[in-house]
Design a protein around this ligand. Structure first.
Ligand code: PRX
Length: 630
């Protein structure tokens, strides 16, 4: 972790100028936070009591640093809270999902009753294929309603889903399937992006050639390409649905049984399989969806993420459905067919809560506010941001042009590992552009030095979470040692890997990562994976990648490469190396720049010093280089 540094805080703040929305469920921030501090377990148990449990818990929390168990002894099935309770209650015919195709020509609508039936049929279809509680199922799908059906179908029978973002390439998919030992892979013939079909099924074919755990591949055929299936091994999504019964009893899950594994990029080794469990994750995502977004029964919620990221898990699927919201899901990208598409959808559907990433906002700023002006955005009530710091310029643009100076901007800081929002400015509270906000009630966060001592306001330090929370990850799949590391630095607090600074009022600004994870357009890219995709290529001897500031994407990837003897640097070779990374990991992990160098800076023990490369690239002082090898 880096040493302290001074940060100039611009303490400009904002109150919503027009309507001052007051959060009605838990009340305002201060009293809610005090209520939490008075009795944390009671606080969480009151929230958990709003949900349906098959059997209530014996204890709210068992904390044995760094291991937490939440709602121990309780039995539940998360799908009962996302579906059954609405169907049995008064949301039976309420719209659960509205889907827009990427070409904006197709729309599908599903009520809670319809979604419930589809999920149960799919769950039965999985059972018919021999899938049992605890089995791992990998989803590599386009963003269509069947994706949500497949996720909840797994949860219904206690199968552990592991979703891989459909933009990843074959090698990235392969390493995740192998680490999770998935028995089933669910995919589709194609996904569409900017009008082009991407042959998902062929990527799966390649990814499973050396993944012996995979017994069956379920293929959703959505195009008219008539993709052929290999008998026995490959089955059609709707054929197996047709053969399945309508009703599926929910599997009785222990609160601490795993719900899913989601891979997140690291700086060393393979991606980390973050494990989330049923009870705590359900409570955390329900609470934050309802409180942080001030979700009401009339809301139409649109989170523009993909289910392949934690944002999609928590704030497209589980959280919003647990609150009984109408959820818009859309395959569209922000600028296709034109940069007005998202505003058009908001007008058409009447979206009230809109949650997106700073990188999209910056893209819209580039295209100009005219696109947003063409549409009526009056339905919007709450705007959210996630994935990277929302810089003050982007905040202002979002606030004025999309929120029309009446919608609060909820910047939410959290991670795959945290499962739910941790730091945010709640609806109705004073907003400070550039600051994510304060730890939400339920969370004790701080900025500390390397020994865990709080640093003064205005001084940068390590962002930590001091006490356990229900939706925290429980371990890293196959690597518990790596899990323990999260709780072993900075005085034994949970270290998030981010650097931050606090102001006098306790608002937290995220400065960036303390490690080598690069955030490109809001997506975590591990240096290790990109470097190994480069080194896997014959001409490359060694590679080091760094994140460079990028006005649109936040960061872009630059790779420094040394070549093996016999290979000459050149434009063609650069393009080949980039192309091969794209094919193996997918477009999001593609370096935008490659520089050939003779040597890479290393420590005496041989570790590449990326921060030296980064400092040099940006014309900055590399800091302490005493460990640099001559
Ligand atoms: O560096 C922080 C950044 O994204 C990291 C977590 O990435 P991931 O696990 O992929 O989850 C992204 C979606 C929750 C964090 O360690 N990050 C996330 N949200 C913010 C952020 N940085 C600044 N402000 C945010 N609101």
């Amino acid at each position: 972790m880096s040493e302290n540094f001074d940060v100039k805080l611009d303490n400009k703040s904002h109150l919503p100028e027009y309507s001052y929305i007051d959060n009605t469920w838990m009340g305002r921030y201060e009293p809610a936070y005090r209520r939490f501090l008075d009795d944390p377990e009671r606080f969480w148990s009151e929230i958990a009591h709003e949900l349906d449990w098959i059997k209530p818990w014996d204890k709210v929390l068992e904390w044995n640093h760094p291991y937490a168990k939440w709602f121990t002894g309780a039995k539940l099935n998360i799908t009962c809270n996302c579906l059954d309770r609405h169907v049995l209650g008064d949301r039976r015919n309420k719209v659960a999902l509205i889907w827009r195709a990427e070409n904006d020509l197709e729309e599908r609508v599903m009520t809670y009753r319809q979604l419930h039936t589809q999920v149960m049929r799919f769950a039965n279809a999985l059972k018919n294929l021999g899938v049992k509680k605890g089995d791992k199922v990998c989803l590599y799908m386009p963003f269509v309603p069947e994706h949500v059906v497949a996720i909840l179908g797994c949860a219904r029978i206690g199968a552990v889903h592991t979703i891989v973002y459909g933009g990843f390439g074959a090698d990235a998919l392969n390493s995740r399937i192998r680490d999770s030992k998935a028995k089933i892979v669910i995919t589709a013939d194609v996904s569409y992006r900017r009008g082009k079909a991407i042959m998902l099924k062929s990527i799966v074919d390649e990814a499973i050639t050396n993944a012996p755990s995979v017994e069956k591949v379920i293929v959703l055929r959505r195009s008219n390409l008539n993709v052929e299936l290999i008998q026995e091994k490959e089955v059609d999504f709707y054929e197996i649905m047709e053969q399945a019964e309508n009703y599926c009893e929910p599997e009785e899950m222990d609160s601490e049984d795993p719900l899913f594994i989601l891979y997140t990029s690291g700086t060393t080794g393979t991606p980390k399989g973050v494990v989330h469990t049923c009870g705590g994750y359900m409570v955390g995502t329900y609470y934050t969806t309802k409180y942080v977004f001030d979700m009401r029964d009339t809301d139409v919620h649109w989170c523009t993420a993909d289910p392949g990221w934690i944002t999609g898990h928590s704030y497209i699927v589980y959280g919003p459905l647990a609150t009984g919201a109408t959820v818009l899901i859309s395959e569209t990208v922000p600028d296709y067919p034109d940069p007005g598409i998202w505003w058009k959808i908001i007008e058409d559907i009447g979206v009230t809560i809109f949650y997106t990433a700073p990188t999209s906002i910056r893209m819209f700023m580039k295209y100009g506010e005219e696109w947003a002006k063409k549409y009526n955005l009056d339905s919007l009530r709450v705007l959210g941001s996630v994935g990277e710091p929302l810089n003050p310029e982007a905040f202002e643009w979002y606030y004025r042009n999309i929120g029309k100076s009446k919608c609060p901007i909820i910047d939410t800081w959290w991670q795959t590992e945290t499962g739910m929002h941790m730091i945010a400015t709640l609806v109705g509270e004073k907003m400070k552009p550039g600051f994510a906000g304060k730890p939400i009630p339920g969370i004790i966060a701080d900025v500390v030095d390397k020994d865990g001592n709080p640093v003064e306001p205005g001084i940068g330090g390590i962002l930590v979470i001091k006490t356990p929370w229900p939706s925290m990850m429980r371990t890293i799949h196959n690597n518990d040692e790596r899990y323990r590391q999260y709780w072993s630095g900075a005085g034994g607090y949970y270290t998030a890997g981010d650097l931050a600074v606090k102001d006098e009022e306790g608002y937290i600004m995220i400065i960036g990562r303390a490690d080598d994870v690069i955030i490109v357009a809001g997506h975590n890219i591990g240096t290790a994976e990109v470097e190994s995709a480069l080194v896997a290529q014959e001409p490359v001897a060694e590679a080091a990648v760094i994140g460079k500031p990028d006005v649109l994407k936040g960061q872009s990837i630059k790779a420094f490469v040394t070549l093996r003897v016999g290979y000459e640097p050149g434009e063609q070779l650069k393009n080949d190396l980039i192309y091969n990374v794209r094919m193996s990991l997918g477009p999001i992990a593609m370096p935008s720049e490659i520089e050939f160098v003779d040597t890479l800076p290393k420590t005496r023990s041989g570790k590449i010093m990326r921060r030296v490369l980064k400092a040099k690239e940006m014309g900055l002082d590399p800091g302490d280089i005493s460990t640099l090898d001559e």
